[in-house]
Design a protein around this ligand. Structure first.
Ligand code: NAD
Ligand code: UD1
Length: 311
């Protein structure tokens, strides 16, 4: 049994991770302000303690870290939308970077002995670098407040770890999709918005030509990667792409989804979004080398996602 902290644990990726940690017998603490997460994403279970707090609340975070002495820490809390960070750059910076640095500082200052801390960075940091697929040594070109915060925090986590002997890793998620991705904001992940439009027979707004490509990776594969890089290996001070290693255009993905759901999506076309990345596609060689075995294609993942929405 390990003691685990998951910030953002009521959110999409976080709550799916929490389920697996609980199944493994861990004692899990979730800190989430429920700005995007849902309490109903967490099972009512004595192994899960939930705090509806912001990670920017220093007093609370310090007290929690000192009191609990966690074995593993997953830093997943963030304002996950690129477009939202363009609308609210200073506010999102406090969450996406500053609050995470404070957590590292408490660990350093009080010599907390954690087994591993994982930070969730993003493929957004590669920006408009035309090299495809993107590998971990590709040039980064963070174009938005979101990407700048993700890249700088990733460096902080890795180099702070090296300097002060704190075992850390960072992951660069590509476009994760699946059950519990919350479509409540216009800035939500595109496949949650497409699902919503198909379910309610409403219109989907397509920004740009639809020829932009993304590496969509199913949530189950992502959770597998998170566990592999924390509890199942001694790796530290490394950064890993987490994707499917395949890419598809939005138009292609819509076609696949229409076939699976049996519905035709109504689409309104608008100008492409400011700061939007044209092509994103992961080289996952480094992750495969440590034992990652992705199990889902875009059609098998979308099928499971669609089935989960029927229930
Ligand atoms: P999500 O929005 O479902 O999860 C983030 C969680 O953080 C939410 O539950 C939200 O309520 C919480 N949160 C936001 N601000 C907070 C604050 N100040 N204090 C406490 N909690 C706060 O998004 P997700 O897709 O699950 O993303 C998880 C992490 O992975 C994020 O760091 C995101 O940037 C990163 N990421 C996601 C993707 C993706 O495709 N989903 C890709 C790359 C990186
Ligand atoms: C997503 C994640 C981000 C992550 C990045 C990594 C979310 C909300 N964003 O950003 O956290 O770091 O992947 O690759 O999870 N689109 C539309 N109509 C819509 C919404 C989106 O056409 O209503 C288009 C966008 O313009 C974009 C594509 O769909 O071209 C994907 O958008 P989005 O799901 O917001 O993801 P990213 O910006 O790639």
């Amino acid at each position: 049994m390990s003691k685990v902290l998951v910030t953002g644990g009521a959110g999409f990726i976080g709550s799916n991770l929490v389920d697996k940690l609980v199944a493994a017998g861990d004692q899990v603490t979730v800190v989430d302000d429920l700005s995007m997460g849902l309490i109903t994403n967490l099972s009512k279970n004595r192994q899960v303690s939930f705090y509806q707090k912001s990670i920017t609340n220093h007093d609370f975070m310090k007290k929690l870290l000192l009191q609990e002495n966690f074995d593993y820490i997953y830093l997943l809390a963030a304002v996950a939308s690129v477009a939202d960070s363009i609308a609210r750059p200073y506010e999102t910076h406090q969450i996406n970077q500053e609050a995470n640095i404070y957590i590292l500082e408490v660990i350093r200052k009080y010599h907390l002995r954690i087994k591993k801390l994982l930070f969730s960075s993003s493929a957004a940091i590669y920006g408009s670098n035309p090299e495809l697929p993107k590998n971990e040594n590709s040039t980064v070109d963070p174009l938005t407040p979101y990407a700048i915060d993700k890249f700088s925090t990733e460096r902080f986590v890795i180099d702070f770890g090296k300097l002060y002997g704190i075992p850390t890793v960072a992951v660069r998620f590509f476009n994760v999709y699946g059950p519990r991705q919350n479509p409540k904001s216009p800035y939500s992940g595109v496949l949650s918005l497409i699902s919503q439009a198909i379910l309610h027979h409403s219109a989907f707004t397509l920004f740009g030509s639809g020829e932009q490509t993304r590496d969509f990776v199913f949530i189950e594969d992502v959770v597998q990667a998170l566990l592999l890089l924390t509890k199942k290996s001694d790796l530290k001070y490394e950064v890993f792409n987490v994707g499917s290693g395949k890419h598809v255009s939005l138009l292609q993905v819509i076609k696949v989804y229409e076939k699976i759901s049996g519905f035709k999506l109504k689409t309104n076309i608008r100008d492409e979004r400011q700061g939007d990345i044209k092509h994103s596609y992961a080289d996952i060689t480094k992750l495969l080398a440590v034992g990652y075995k992705p199990k889902y294609s875009i059609s098998s993942g979308l099928k499971l996602y669609w089935e989960s929405l029927q229930n």
